[in-house]
Write a protein that binds this ligand. Sequence first.
Ligand SMILES: [Zn+2]
Length: 112
Amino acid sequence: MNRTKCEECGGKITRKTVSYDYLGENIGRYEAEVCNKCGEVVFDEEISEKIERKVKEIGLYGLGASTKVGIAGSSFVIRITKKLADFLKLEKGEDVHVYPESKKRLIVEVSK
Ligand SMILES: [Zn+2]
């Protein structure tokens, strides 16, 4: 893949090494095609696979999961996986702040 023009804005594409972050963790520096107008960054297939392997290797892959709403007394309970709790460094008894962002999105904020 060797683009010279950005598909988004028509700006000029240059190849450079960019730093890639995933979930707030730095994954490393990789060569990419970057638009000098809108800043769009595109990695080629080989680099994308390399990044995906690294993300899996450091345990940041697949943190999202489906879960069912339960009921405990008069409260509702939403369970999260151990993997996600570990990523968030949650401990039993810890206070978190829970609030809706919309009718379809719930935010759980870890305060530490
Ligand atoms: Zn662009």
